[in-house]
Design a protein around this ligand. Structure first.
Ligand code: EPZ
Length: 419
């Protein structure tokens, strides 16, 4: 029988949990291994399905991958393929992150055009336009994006709107380009800065990462290095929401509070007490949470990857709250599933209105995408009667390392069957 997670809620979570390495930093960092004919060693790599998928893709491209449980060595010295096939890319859109490195290192790339996914069409037109500005010839054939360039040239690139993997793709393409590249309206997410720091450790010359303007001076080659992946800010925010929805007291260790300013501000407004140190956050839920509105925004605004989790928290709040999802066109697949548990949510376009209810009840629900599945886990923890059974749990395992085990270590009644 396919794996399912079961949750019997109503227990205040208590104790300490350690944040894993960030999925959305580990994936571009792994792709960066294609840029150098030598070994890139990554530490604090989270044990996730998406990391395994990226590893399979890199091995297909000829990268020698060794190690596991947190530290992996990636050696692209003998990489000789530049074709990222449909059957791998279709399972993970982040595969598009090999596009820039392949063109930069080999002058060729043939990457299956990532399809849409549950949360939206997710085109890559901005990635392509930027590569063309750097002198690449890019065309589509049989569902593949094909890119060619003898050597990419530095250029000034203005993104019509921020794109996280677009910024990362072009940063990686630019580090080996001829001349200087400036990216205007670049994504400012911490994962972009993490990638820049790793590239600079390999001998690249990237400045301004983490701001909207990034400058890259091309170099002729990079050198091997060892780099530790930054902590996962979305996993951390998910545990803050778990403390809130269960009225518990949870301390998250090895995290970066500064990466969560917008999330912490909304959590405190909802009545969750948040204390923080250099690398830890303590979140304490009180009674019923207060109704709080959120608008998702590129960093440093409220992250779209925390929207579903915050909505779960608001289903039990003391009034009306609204969620405006400005980044993706249909990131509300969790709503009908939450309503099966008794939530009162109405949708119109990109806005959800949540009327807090007295209680949620356990039900059979279905995960539809990564963050939606986290939202269902949170609702299950907050449900005070019955058991919640979540199917298609592979969505959860794409982006959370042992979430059920970590929640159980905090006293949560959560277990997994099947598989
Ligand atoms: C990254 O996706 C993250 N994934 C996503 O996390 C995250 O939700 C997203 O950034 C926004 O923060 C990784 O980093 C691997 P975008 P990405 O390009 O780069 C549109 C998770 O749950 N757009 O910043 O694909 C796009 O359709 C995942 O961990 C274009 O129109 O997101 C979207 O509406 C989900 N054309 C918006 O911009 C383009 O060429 C932002 O997309 C590129 C993007």
């Amino acid at each position: 029988m396919p794996e399912r997670v079961f949750i019997e809620g109503g227990v205040p979570l208590r104790g300490e949990v350690t944040a894993s390495g960030a999925k959305n930093s580990a994936l571009p960092l792994m792709a960066a291994s294609l840029l150098l004919p030598g070994e890139l060693v990554l530490e604090n790599v989270p044990g996730l399905r998406d990391v395994m998928t990226m590893r399979l893709l890199l091995e297909h491209l000829g990268v020698r991958c060794r190690g596991d449980n947190g530290t992996i060595s990636l050696d692209a010295s003998s990489a000789d393929m530049w074709d990222a096939p449909y059957d791998l890319v279709k399972t993970m859109r982040a595969s598009v992150l090999v596009l820039g490195p392949l063109v930069a290192r080999f002058g060729h790339a043939r990457v299956s055009q990532p399809g849409g996914c549950a949360i939206g069409a997710r085109p890559i037109n901005r990635h392509i336009k930027a590569l063309e500005a750097m002198g690449a010839a890019v065309w589509l054939e049989h569902g593949y994006v094909v890119a060619q360039a003898d050597r990419l040239k530095g250029a000034e690139i203005v993104f019509e709107a921020p794109t996280v993997t677009g910024t990362e793709n072009i940063m990686m393409a630019a580090v080996l380009a001829d001349g200087e590249t400036t990216m205007i309206n670049a994504a400012m997410e911490p994962e972009v800065a993490d990638l820049a720091e790793a590239l600079n450790a390999m001998g690249a010359r990237v400045e301004g990462a983490g701001t909207g303007e990034i400058r890259v001076k091309g170099v002729s080659s990079l050198v091997p290095t060892t780099y530790s992946v930054m902590p996962d800010r979305i996993e951390t925010g998910t545990y803050i929401a778990a403390a809130g929805i269960t009225g518990g007291d949870v301390t998250i260790l090895k995290c970066v509070p500064d990466h969560l300013k917008a999330v912490i501000e909304r959590m405190e407004k909802a009545g969750i007490a948040v204390d923080k140190g250099k690398d830890w956050i303590r979140a304490r839920g009180g009674g019923r949470t207060s109704a709080v509105d959120i608008i998702t925004d590129p960093y440093p605004g409220f992250p779209t990857d925390m929207q579903a989790q915050f909505m779960a928290l608001m289903t039990l709040s003391d009034g009306f709250s609204t969620v405006l999802e400005t980044i993706f066109e249909q990131r509300f697949m969790h709503v009908p599933e939450l309503c099966r548990m008794g939530a009162d949510i109405t949708l119109s376009e990109r806005r959800a209105v949540i009327q807090g209810v007295e209680s949620l009840s356990g039900a059979q629900v279905m995960a539809t995408d990564l963050r939606a599945s986290a939202s269902l886990v949170l609702a299950g923890l907050g449900a005070t009667e019955g058991v919640t059974e979540i199917s298609r749990i592979y969505h959860l395992d794409r982006g959370y390392e042992r979430l059920d085990e970590k929640l159980a270590s905090l006293g949560g009644r959560i277990w997994r069957t099947g598989g």
